[in-house]
Design a protein around this ligand. Structure first.
Ligand code: GLN
Length: 243
């Protein structure tokens, strides 16, 4: 159910991050190998985010990634040292539209969610009560992912990202048991990710780090992140803790 990828390192084109490797995010849009929970392909749109001068920008589309020529023309002309990508398999009942596709960007932040919040929206309405109306009015889409993003944005105002994510995971886990919540957050310099039910792998060296729902190639170095973990990553440094 959905797949995402985050890259930090030497500048690459956004298109390259999305398509390089035999099991790239593009391949994972039609032939994912580690889908859990019933999804088969990720055809309900996609998105990419990249950073320049500390601000995240995005391109999103309701088309399957394989059907949008922007991936191989436009996005191959945008270079960045930080890129995030996501392909979507919409949860049944949620709209299939561009606005529902991750990554969601705001200022220096980009965010993606792979999974489903059980009993949404009632289960997490108490968590959303602390979100100001102005933020809710800018809700990206009527989806669980967009509500998680609104709650997280509020918490990022006064907490460091790892604390904000760990707290959100604990709260969602308590309010909506059996939820599937693999989150990916980036600010252009670091990436943070969580695992709750879905797969996640990481590979890094001194210069770069990649976090991906599934390894992007068969080369050595990929490390699978266990369930119920929080990952904080920068080039040369990956910290994995349980929450
Ligand atoms: N529930 C989210 C959505 O519908 C994420 C879907 C997924 O991970 N398959 O957008």
């Amino acid at each position: 159910m959905c797949r995402h990828v985050g890259y930090l390192g030497p500048a690459r084109t956004v298109g390259d991050v999305l398509t390089a490797g035999p099991t790239s995010l593009l391949t994972q849009s039609y032939a994912p190998r580690e889908m859990r929970g019933g999804g088969t392909i990720n055809a309900d749109g996609f998105g990419a985010a990249w950073w320049s001068n500390g601000t995240a920008s995005s391109y999103r589309s309701a088309m399957p990634m394989w059907g949008d020529s922007a991936v191989t023309d436009t996005l191959t002309h945008i270079r960045s040292v930080a890129v995030m990508g996501a392909v979507r398999s919409a949860t049944v009942g949620m709209p299939v539209e561009r606005s529902a596709c991750a990554p969601f960007v705001e200022g220096r932040w980009a965010f993606s969610h792979n999974g489903v919040v059980r009993g949404w929206p009632q289960s997490v309405s108490a968590l959303a009560e602390k979100v100001p109306v102005e933020t809710l009015l800018r809700l990206a889409a009527p989806t669980d992912s967009a509500v998680l993003w609104a709650i997280l944005q509020q918490r990022l105002l006064d907490r460091d990202p790892a604390d904000a994510l760990a707290g959100l995971m604990a709260d969602v886990d308590a309010a909506a048991p059996d939820s599937r919540v693999n989150l990916l957050l980036g600010d252009g310099e670091s990436l943070w990710a969580t695992t709750l039910y879905h797969s996640l792998s990481v590979r890094y060296d001194e210069d770069s780090v990649v976090l991906a729902s599934e390894p992007l190639d068969e080369l050595p170095g990929w490390q699978q992140v266990p369930d119920r973990c929080l990952v904080s990553a920068r080039p040369g440094s990956v910290d994995i803790t349980t929450f």
